[in-house]
Design a protein around this ligand. Structure first.
Ligand SMILES: [Fe+2]
Length: 277
């Protein structure tokens, strides 16, 4: 089984086991509870207190604009970069050898899969297909309790076996040349229709599937090489979560990380990662 509920003792052990495909689902800490309270307050002030139902109160363009302004804020403001610094510190990472792609707010809307603009959200993929490092670790944190059908599914049998994909369409330099709004997705509702998002191609043979429910503020840590897929949901409310990506710069420089079995994206997203040191 690849899912582990206990944090390895040292940061070195944690990274080693993540690079080998372990998924760590860890309970909320006082710090993650503080983080989600801070983020939820910002969301409430923009979408209203009952933000999980805001998609039903606002016209779609207005809803998209408000969510976009939040996404921009969490991704760009120093306040949220420092939150990540605190989290990394709590896990024993030395700030001088770490870089991160900042906080992204993710929404999976009730019946969001019916909107063709949102199609890329549901592609089975590896995060590394977006020119991330093989040493990239994804940190995923739900803002509220989530049921199994509101999260995502891992296909662990494909962690170290190639799947058919079109990651070669992704070139990092080309992607950023089209502006940060595409990279973070806060301006154009139609980007999902016109931009090239890499994903799995052909029929999916899932093999084993790891699904999970989680509590608000839990942390799910996994290698960016894991093959996974967001679940379509029709629970009558939106699902809100945060994630960010970190890279140990020494491992990245030394080509230490998860095996690369099929990632053909080009360029290096790490050049634009944030360094707090
Ligand atoms: Fe992903």
């Amino acid at each position: 089984m690849n899912l582990q509920r206990v944090r390895p003792e040292t940061k070195e052990d944690l990274l080693k086991s993540l690079y080998q495909g372990t998924i760590c689902h860890l309970p909320a800490t006082p710090l993650t509870r503080e983080l989600i309270a801070d983020v939820s307050a910002a969301i409430s002030s923009t979408l209203g207190d009952d933000f999980r139902h805001a998609q039903f109160r606002l016209e779609p363009p207005e809803f998209f604009d408000r969510v976009g302004s939040l996404r921009k804020r969490f991704y760009t403001e120093a306040r949220y970069h420092f939150w990540i610094g605190r989290l990394l510190d709590e896990f024993g990472f030395e700030i001088e050898r770490i870089a991160f792609d900042p906080l992204r707010l993710r929404l999976v809307m009730h019946k969001g899969h019916d909107d063709p603009r949102a199609a890329p959200i549901y592609y089975a993929h590896r995060d590394t297909w977006y020119a991330h490092s093989q040493a990239e670790i994804t940190w995923w944190i739900p803002l509220h309790d989530v049921e199994e059908d509101e999260t995502f599914v891992f296909y662990p049998d494909w962690f170290d076996r190639p799947v058919s994909n079109n990651s070669e369409i992704f070139d990092y330099a080309d992607w950023v040349s089209r502006g940060t709004s595409l990279r973070i997705g806060w301006q154009n509702r139609d980007h999902g229709l016109i931009a090239a998002y890499p994903g799995h191609t052909g029929p999916l043979e899932p093999g084993r599937e790891i699904t999970f429910a989680a509590n608000a503020g839990d942390i799910v840590l996994f290698s960016g090489s894991h093959f996974h897929q967001t679940r379509k949901q029709a629970t009558g409310r939106s699902r809100f979560s945060l994630d960010f990506r970190s890279v140990d710069l020494v491992d990245h420089a030394g080509n230490i990380g998860a095996p690369n079995v099929d990632n053909r994206s080009t360029g290096d997203a790490v050049v634009d990662y944030i360094r707090l040191s």
